[in-house]
Design a protein around this ligand. Structure first.
Ligand code: PEP
Ligand code: CO
Length: 464
């Protein structure tokens, strides 16, 4: 059954839930807005502004996540750790889209599966912090919480939470969405023209030859099918792209939570695929309360301290009807912990028959600092967590159905290693992230190629 033909009656209406019921729970990681009237005015305005996505798209994505849960799709989710208002710029947006399209071509070709493409963009403007305040030279100010909330400069004015920034973030998200949609509708993602999404670097990368071989093979397959069917294959001229962000700043998310005609229930219309971050996933906290009432597909980051019991309670609260496509767990254990921590969680999900999509975020459990003062991640460590995760799932008869990455289409030097073997000295050359280190375009493509090789190895029967 197509997602759009589903019956309009509810699977189950969440009891006692409203878009604001989270306000009765402890809300971690929220800013303090000094001017309550200004905040109320902004939330009223946001509540009247048009949404950024539609319920049809959200339900179509839910259907695709359900297919990924059944092993019929692979999910690719990626983008910046944090977007910034300043980086809402055409070149940066189209390069990020290009690298995601290239990765998805590699995955489609190698895995022989359709890929669900989800960007970490058009709303990834709020960040969790380890402390509420920051002290420098005896001066204490609120921490920078992302462009949705305040500014990074260390002055009282810049660090004061300003609700108008939510309106600006909504507008930047809409501009980003608008540009992405226009590129895709205009044929940017057309499989007949993969040269549209070539990045200049592709020609001088050691991965270039392998990538272009795949492009040529896909092109041949397309032409072959069109020749024998006598008509152009439909849908090859566009690729669906969905958006996601950490739905951290609850007043903003509440204002974009809407009902729509001819659908039951409530949708978060600020993004297709919101997720709960590791620091806000408490079962009795405000974020879980807010998420349980949404009809969107939702994801939760699962860190190494989560117990099987806690995991099952999250599944019960967020997906009481065990609805297909509804729930994704994004595991982010760290390469040194994944062997110990992941298996009991996977087994608990299997034992209880929970419908879950497992996605690996090999970035956030593997952050370290270098001697020259950079926050970085090692390509080999990222690769190792990903590799081990595929093995662990396969060994237990489960399936890792997706990957969640922090990446950019730019030639940055933020993560160590990869095909070009970036060193600590290289980090000084092009380190641009103000938050977490991202894979550059080449390292991202390399990860896609590694996933394909890993899956091929797992699919080969063990040598007798
Ligand atoms: C993030 O995805 O940028 C993030 C903060 O992740 P986590 O919640 O897993 O730490
Ligand atoms: Co991050």
């Amino acid at each position: 059954m197509n997602a759009l033909d589903r019956p309009l009656h509810p699977v189950s209406l969440p009891e006692g839930w409203t878009p604001s019921s989270w306000r009765g729970k402890a809300a971690a990681q929220q800013p303090v807005y000094p001017d309550a009237d200004a905040l109320a005015g902004v939330l009223g305005e946001l509540g009247r502004l048009p949404p950024l996505v539609t319920s049809w798209e959200i339900l179509a994505l839910k259907q695709q996540v359900a297919e990924a849960q059944e092993g019929r799709r692979f999910l690719l989710q990626g983008g910046d750790c944090a977007e910034s208002f300043e980086d809402c710029e055409s070149g940066l947006i189209s390069n990020r889209l290009k690298v995601l399209l290239q990765m998805s071509l590699v995955l489609v070709h190698g895995l022989r599966l359709p890929v669900v493409r989800v960007g970490r963009f058009a709303g990834q403007y709020a960040k969790p912090r380890s402390t509420d305040d920051e002290t420098r030279d005896g001066v204490t100010l609120p921490s920078y919480r992302g462009d949705f909330v305040n500014q990074p400069e260390f002055t009282a004015a810049a660090r004061t939470a300003d609700p108008r920034r939510m309106v600006k973030g909504h507008a930047r998200s809409a501009m980003t969405m608008n540009f992405v949609r226009a590129l895709i509708d205009g044929g940017f993602a057309d499989l007949h023209h993969p040269e549209y999404w070539d990045l200049a670097w592709v020609h001088h990368s050691s991965l270039s030859e392998e990538y272009h071989r795949m492009v040529a093979a896909v092109g041949d397959a397309v032409r072959f099918m069109e020749t024998i069917s006598g008509e152009a294959l439909h849908n090859l001229n566009r690729a669906d792209f969905y958006t996601s962000h950490e739905a951290l700043l609850l007043p903003y998310e509440e204002a974009l939570t809407r009902q729509v005609p001819r659908q039951w229930g409530w949708f978060n219309l600020s993004t297709h695929f919101p997720w709960i971050g590791m620091r806000t996933a408490a079962i009795d906290g405000a974020h879980v309360e807010y998420f349980r009432g949404l009809r969107n597909p939702v994801a939760v980051k699962i860190g190494p301290s989560v117990t099987p019991d806690q995991l099952l309670r999250l599944a019960d609260v967020l997906n009481p009807d065990n609805e297909a496509g509804r729930l994704t767990f994004i595991q982010r254990m760290g390469a040194t912990k994944v062997d110990e921590r992941l298996p009991p969680l996977v087994q608990a999900v299997q034992r209880e028959g929970k419908k879950v999509l497992w996605v690996c975020d090999p970035m956030h459990g593997n952050t370290e600092s270098t001697s020259n003062g950079f926050k970085t991640r090692r390509f080999d460590t990222i690769r190792s967590e990903l590799d081990r995760s595929f093995d662990i799932h396969a060994g237990l008869g489960s399936r890792l159905g997706g990957v969640h990455l922090e990446l950019t289409g730019e030639d940055v030097t933020e993560c160590l290693g990869g095909a070009r073997a970036l060193t600590e000295i290289d980090l000084e050359r092009a380190y641009r992230s103000t938050v977490d280190p991202r894979l550059n375009y080449e390292q991202s493509l390399e990860i896609a190629m590694l996933i394909v090789r890993k899956q091929a190895a797992l699919a080969r029967p063990a040598q007798a």
